[in-house]
Structures are given as structure tokens and as C-alpha cells.
Design a protein around this ligand. Structure first.
Ligand code: NJP
Length: 238
């Protein structure tokens, strides 16, 4: 259950789903710490969420760098005194046959989608364990449960995120920490080089609607947990 002034750290908050989630949490008077690489985009989102009622700041970082993740989580806790929620939402992929991926593209997709989630979760756990409370919400993908061609490293990484979420939940639920995993289908964002607003709602979800689904997961009473939420646009062929 979220309460006003809860402290929420969101990765991938500079655009797309993370930005819309930040907007919704701002309307609920949360304290937000927004993480992504692009400083100017983050500054715009900070200004938007402050206008909507949040106390917020941003830290530009690359989630593939453990020390940067650790330092951002430490700073969030120093500034706001606690961390109630971590949303591991940063993600990216290319779409092409596996033998045309470069090694560096393979590394990037695994590092951002999977290792970024592991790194931020690892950095936040000591704080949540000390609080005996907290929520970690990992944004995986519907391809974390099934396979599609041409996204091999992404499919592998998102399967990893789903597996990690279930494993960690079983470890830390006794500490009052919920670990949840969202498995969305296609969302109308900048993902994969698209432009938000360019996808047809018959086969792509609006990011604000997906953000509402994430907020719902965070709003469960403390004795309940939505382990996984698989959610699709009705018209998506899968
Ligand atoms: O994508 P997009 P979404 N370090 O491109 C950030 C999953 N998903 O909102 O670093 C830190 O609009 C990037 O910021 P920046 C998807 O896998 C989506 O749709 O400044 N941050 C931006 O804020 C992902 O997990 C679809 O470039 C990094 C954000 O990530 C989540 O939904 C389908 C980073 C990406 O925003 C949100 O993605 C699906 C790094 N190294 C799952 N690299 C879909 N849209 O169809 C990227 O199944 N970011």
C-alpha cells in the first residue's frame, strides 16, 4: 500500500513508461528519485512531477554501472531518509536475427535489462531489510515468459528478470519486502527506436494505462503480493 510521501526510486524515468509512472505517483504526493542516463530529459520530468505535487530529484546514471546504482540508492536514502519502493524499469532492445547482433549489443541488452535490475535491487535491500518493509517492482516483459524471434538477448534477459523476481520474493518476504514482476506486452513508448504516440491502440497499450497497472500492484495491502502481472493490448498477436 502506498502512502503520501513514500519514497519511490524509478529507473528508466526519463521517458516512456517510467515518465508516466512518475506522473501518476506525483499526483499521489510521493517523493520521487528519478534515474536514467539523459540529464536533460530527466530534468524535464522532475519539473513535470514537481508541478504535479511531488518532491523529486534526478540522478543521471547508467544502470549497467554497479557503483553508480549503489551511489544513487545511497543518495536517495540520505536525502529522503528511507526508500519505500524501487521500480526497476530501465530497458532496451534491438530487433534483428541473433547472428547480426554485435557482442557489444548483446552485452548492453543483458546488462541494462538484467544486471541493472540485479544491481539496483542489491543496493536497496540493506535499507529495506533495516526498515522491515519495502517493495521492489521489476518491469520485465511478456517475452519473459514466452519466446519471440529476433530478440534473443532481450528474451533471455527478461526471462532472467522474471526468475530473479520470484527467487528474491521467496527470500525477503519474511522481512516484509514484496518483490513483484510486471510482464507487459507492447506499450506505445520510445522502446526499440519508436516514438511515443506513433503506435495504434488496437495493438499497443497507452503508457499511462500500463503505469496505472503498476500503481495497482504497488497498492496491494501489506499482507498481499501480486507476484506477476501479465498484461497485453487486446489486439496484440502473441
Ligand atoms: O521504453 P523507452 P519503455 N541506464 O525506450 C532508460 C519494458 N517493455 O518505457 O537512459 C539507465 O520509452 C531510458 O532512459 P535513458 C522495457 O523492456 C516495453 O517502453 O535516458 N536507464 C528510458 O528512460 C523496459 O523495461 C515494451 O535513455 C536506461 C527507459 O529506459 C520498460 O518496459 C514491451 C538505460 C526506456 O524508455 C520501459 O520501457 C515490453 C541505462 N543503461 C516490455 N538504458 C514496449 N514499450 O513495447 C535505457 O514487453 N534506459
Amino acid at each position: 500500500m502506498l502512502k503520501p510521501h513514500d519514497v519511490v526510486v524509478i529507473t528508466g524515468a526519463s521517458r516512456g513508461l517510467g515518465r508516466h509512472l512518475a506522473h501518476q505517483l506525483a499526483r499521489m504526493s510521493m517523493r520521487l528519485v528519478l534515474l536514467a542516463r539523459h540529464e536533460e530529459d530527466l530534468a524535464e520530468v522532475v519539473s513535470e512531477v514537481v508541478d504535479l505535487g511531488a518532491d523529486a530529484f534526478a540522478i543521471p546514471l547508467d544502470v549497467t554501472q554497479y557503483e553508480a546504482c549503489k551511489s544513487a540508492i545511497d543518495t536517495a536514502c540520505e536525502q529522503f531518509g528511507r526508500i519505500d519502493v524501487l521500480v526497476n524499469n530501465a530497458g532496451l532492445s534491438w530487433w534483428k536475427p541473433f547472428d547480426t547482433w554485435s557482442v557489444s549489443e548483446i552485452d548492453t541488452v543483458v546488462d541494462v535489462n538484467l544486471k541493472g535490475t540485479l544491481y539496483c535491487s542489491y543496493a536497496v535491500l540493506p535499507y529495506m531489510k533495516a526498515q522491515k518493509a519495502g517493495q521492489i517492482l521489476n518491469v520485465a516483459s511478456d517475452v519473459g515468459r514466452r519466446a519471440v524471434p529476433n530478440m534473443g538477448p532481450y528474451v533471455a534477459a527478461k526471462h532472467g528478470v522474471v526468475g530473479f523476481s520470484g527467487s528474491l520474493l521467496r527470500e525477503v518476504r519474511a522481512d516484509g519486502i514484496r518483490v513483484m514482476c510486471a510482464l507487459p506486452g507492447i506499450i506505445d513508448t520510445y522502446f526499440g527506436g519508436a516514438v511515443e504516440g506513433s503506435r495504434d491502440p488496437s495493438w499497443a497499450m497507452y503508457p499511462e494505462d500500463m503505469a496505472t497497472a503498476l500503481v495497482h500492484m504497488l497498492q496491494q495491502p501489506a499482507n498481499m503480493v501480486t507476484d506477476e502481472l501479465l498484461i497485453h493490448p487486446l489486439g496484440q498477436d502473441y
